[in-house]
Design a protein around this ligand. Structure first.
Ligand SMILES: [Zn+2]
Length: 461
């Protein structure tokens, strides 16, 4: 039996980009949009065109070059905003205008200073105008979860009548609880005329750490689109995290029998790319894509993992694209292996660029034996930023590239324990750090062997 399909609406470039420290330039947004396309999201909210010329340009350029997904642009409920959004979006293969207007009494009274009747009229007019330009129109009643439910139903009905095709129910302030949010979606389904003609969407913020739980409760009660972001970035405590939503449905189809089109093996590289662009690191214990998400340090866990990974692993690192650290990058690694690791870290290169990266990589690997992901990222940055340096010193100074004893960021029990590394508790009672290049060397699988070929070994050096 076919499972209901959930539309994944990514707003990393809009809601995420609005969060402190996460702003991106046009080039960076374009690069991330291409990665989101690779990841398989259905909708990319590319920006808020009237907010700035930079936002406008980013939406326009993404619309022109990313052709598979729907490209959405945000607009307040007024003609100027809608027109500007449409101007940016009209070159898109699949454009969507996304209009928002607050509906809670507190926002109407203190922020907008309008009555409920004026709000209703403004929402209806804006959607009608957008519909005259674009077939795909989404409407969001901002602060929906703190809006009087009867009034919310009235607004939703009015925008459906005016031509909206998706109605999003934002928990703008991250206030709702899972049962409550689920109930709200169910009420809309029961009370609003014409609701079956539109897609209901969830948009939950994480102020109480419930954004993902609330979104899933929405889905269980009839929402068929989830708005979310890579690494859960977004206003204040962030949005629902895309990777958690997708993997919750994939790991527990018995509880959440829904499908998404996301290619989960690109989750890790997407997360890495965003962290690298924004320079906002991912917390180590972040679900799915954090550095420790697949690290097992406790002795009993390691023992279980070695006997059967299913003892402690509910999904494989490979299923979300976490590179297998047992495959250490060293000077025997070939170009294919290097290209694969670059891709896993969110970088895809043309042949010429890869040639240069490979040339420098070999020089570096000769010096430090094992090239960590962090080293590789610095090297990539040097090459892509056009930094000219002597190949003999490529990779910089020893300060930037510590000796090869540094721990691998994604070491898993199999490599650590098989290498005879102590994983017991240290004197202070904390688990000892899994470390030691000597131990790992015993289980290193050279890439050249792994791929059964050495045709590109030391290519170009
Ligand atoms: Zn938001």
């Amino acid at each position: 039996m076919d499972r209901p399909r959930i539309t994944i609406f990514d707003t990393t470039l809009r809601d995420g980009e609005q969060s402190p420290g996460c702003s991106m330039n046009v080039q960076e947004k374009l690069r991330l949009a291409q990665q989101l396309d690779r990841l398989g999201v259905d909708v990319i909210e590319a920006g808020f065109p009237i907010a700035s010329d930079g936002d406008f340009e980013a939406v326009q350029r993404i619309a022109a070059s990313v052709r598979r997904p729907i490209i959405a642009g945000l607009a307040r409920a007024c003609t100027g905003d809608v027109d500007r959004a449409w101007q940016a979006l009209q070159g898109a293969a699949h454009p969507r205008i996304h209009i928002f207007l607050a509906t809670s009494d507190i926002h109407l009274k203190y922020k907008l200073r309008i009555t409920r009747e004026q709000c209703l009229e403004q929402a209806r007019n804006a959607v009608r105008h957008a519909k005259s330009l674009c077939a795909d129109v989404e409407f969001s009643p901002e602060d929906a979860t703190r809006t009087d439910v009867a009034f919310l139903c009235q607004v939703v009905e009015a925008v459906i009548e005016a031509g909206a095709t998706t109605v999003n129910i934002p928990d703008t302030v991250g206030y709702t609880m899972p049962e409550e949010y689920g109930q709200l979606i169910r009420t809309l389904h029961e009370k609003v005329a014409g609701i079956d003609k539109v897609v209901i969407s969830s948009h939950c913020h994480n102020d109480l750490g419930l954004a993902v739980a609330n979104s899933l409760a929405g889905v269980q009660n009839g929402a068929r689109q989830v708005e979310c972001t890579i690494n859960g970035i977004g206003e204040r405590a962030g949005n629902a995290s895309l990777e958690e939503i997708v993997m919750a449905m994939r790991v527990r189809p018995d509880r959440y029998g829904y499908e998404t089109a996301v290619a989960s093996e690109h989750l890790f590289s997407s997360s890495q790319m965003l962290a690298e662009i924004t320079r906002v690191p991912v917390q180590p214990n972040k679900a799915i894509i954090g550095r420790n998400a697949f690290a097992h340090e406790a002795g009993i866990h390691q023992d279980g993992m070695l006997k059967n990974p299913l003892t402690y692993e509910i999904m494989t690192p490979q299923s979300v694209g976490v590179p297998d650290s047992r495959l250490v990058l060293g000077k025997h690694s070939g170009r294919h292996a290097l290209a694969l690791r670059c891709e896993q870290l969110g970088h895809q290169f043309e042949r010429r660029e890869l040639d240069e990266i490979y040339r420098r990589f070999v020089v570096l690997a000769d010096r430090i034996k094992k090239v960590q992901d962090s080293h590789l990222l610095e090297l990539i940055q040097d090459v892509t930023s056009g930094m000219v340096s002597n190949p003999e010193t490529a990779g910089g100074h020893s300060k930037r590239f510590p000796p090869a004893t540094a721990t691998l960021p994604y070491s898993r029990v199999a490599s650590a324990a098989a290498g005879g590394i102590s994983a017991g508790n240290s004197a202070d009672g904390h688990p000892a750090h899994v470390a030691g290049s000597a131990g790992q060397a015993q289980v290193t699988i050279p890439f050249a062997e792994h791929h059964g070929e050495q045709e590109d070994y030391l290519w170009g050096v």
